[in-house]
Design a protein around this ligand. Structure first.
Ligand SMILES: NC(=O)c1ccc[n+]([C@@H]2O[C@H](COP(=O)([O-])OP(=O)(O)OC[C@H]3O[C@@H](n4cnc5c(N)ncnc54)[C@H](OP(=O)(O)O)[C@@H]3O)[C@@H](O)[C@H]2O)c1
Length: 330
């Protein structure tokens, strides 16, 4: 079968679109014919990093498809069921955070392939209200946004959340999740068109990521900041956050280290809170939530699997709003 394989041990920073041997499910596993997979910035970080310990693996964390085969102990009635993959591998409950969070698509084989074999525990029935493109690009970004806002941020109706870099997958979910519960959203981007799209999706205010935000919004305006950009925007958060506010950190797009002005943390009693992905329990809560509020992924572009190099390049350099999907089979 065709797959996008990254071999970390060969020292090259490019994956290979290649044939790999066919696979069959063992006990408690199912084999899924993938319809659509989703790209995430994580794929680029994996390709860019030197994860020699991972050896060779199929990239891709998001995906949806149809079960074609089940392990000996599973009910054959599962065959033909339409499913979405939950990419978190070993984390059941929100507060029982694993020492090492294992994710589908590095170190285990991922979704950028014609088939995946995965534990039965990592699949859920595809909700009918999502089409294949939406189901295949949903999981990683939506579950991350859900835990960041609600479990870690405890966002409440009437509070204000700032989402820097609104065009990314997590940002576009977070905007609609926050609006669904009656929170206010201030969104930032370096791109005017992205800001216009954010407004059309319900953002209450938009700001250019590179401007001085304190000129446009008052000090003490924001309860929660959802940061994934890091050093490029971090210093500005202290100009606008309320006392007792929270900065929720889940990414490091512009770099891995910041200068932290400690007085700006302890005098206004700001909480700096880390978060990553979400547990299986939160994944299921997120699915209920999007169904209740009819929130669907915004799919910006769809590429075919054999155009994976172009799709990854688009993810690296392009201006987008929402997710990039990879169509694998009809
Ligand atoms: N910890 C986790 O579990 C987890 C899960 C998902 C994602 N993440 C991380 O979260 C981050 C966001 O991922 P994503 O896939 O949602 O979105 P993304 O495609 O990485 O983009 C997010 C936005 O960041 C903005 N941006 C990038 N570089 C910037 C810079 N130097 N200055 C200002 N803005 C900049 C861009 O906005 P404009 O171009 O519009 O300005 C972009 O639309 C990534 O770092 C990803 O690795 C972490």
């Amino acid at each position: 079968m065709k797959a996008v394989v990254y071999d970390a041990s060969n020292g090259k920073n490019t994956p290979n679109y290649q044939d790999i041997p066919d696979i069959h499910p063992k006990q408690n596993e199912v084999k899924i014919k993938l319809k659509v997979a989703g790209l995430n910035r994580r794929d680029l970080f994996l390709i860019g990093g030197s994860h020699k310990e991972y050896k060779s693996f199929v990239l891709g964390s998001d995906g949806a498809g149809i079960i074609t085969e089940v392990g000996k102990n599973l009910d054959e009635k599962l065959i033909n069921q339409k499913v979405i993959i939950n990419p978190t591998l070993n984390w059941e409950k929100p507060n029982e955070i694993p020492m090492v969070l294992n994710i589908v698509g590095g170190p285990t084989n991922g979704t950028l392939a014609e088939y995946i074999v995965i534990s039965y525990k990592n699949i859920v029935k595809k909700p009918d209200f999502l089409n294949w493109n939406e189901a295949g690009t949903l999981s990683l970004s939506a579950m991350t946004a859900y835990r960041a806002l609600f479990t870690r941020g405890n966002l409440q109706s009437g509070q204000t959340v700032l989402i820097p870099g609104i065009g990314g997958g997590v940002g576009t979910f977070a905007l609609r999740f926050a609006k669904a519960i009656g929170a206010k959203v201030i969104a930032t981007s370096r791109n005017k068109k992205t800001l216009e799209k954010a407004l059309s999706l319900g953002a209450d205010k938009v700001l250019n990521s590179n401007d001085y935000w304190s000129k446009e919004i008052k000090l003490n305006t924001v309860d929660i900041i959802l940061d994934s950009i890091g050093p490029a925007t971090f210093a500005k958060y202290f100009d606008i956050i309320k006392p007792n506010g929270k900065i929720i950190s889940f990414g490091a797009t512009s770099g891995g280290c910041i200068d932290l002005p400690l007085r700006n943390i302890f005098f206004p009693q700001i909480s700096l809170v880390g978060t990553s992905m979400a547990s299986t329990q939160e994944f299921n809560q997120m699915l209920d939530f999007i169904e209740r509020y009819n929130i669907k992924p915004i799919v910006d572009k769809i590429y075919n699997l054999d155009n994976i190099y172009e799709a990854l390049e688009d993810l690296r350099s392009g201006i987008r709003f929402g997710k990039i999907g990879i169509s694998i089979s009809n």
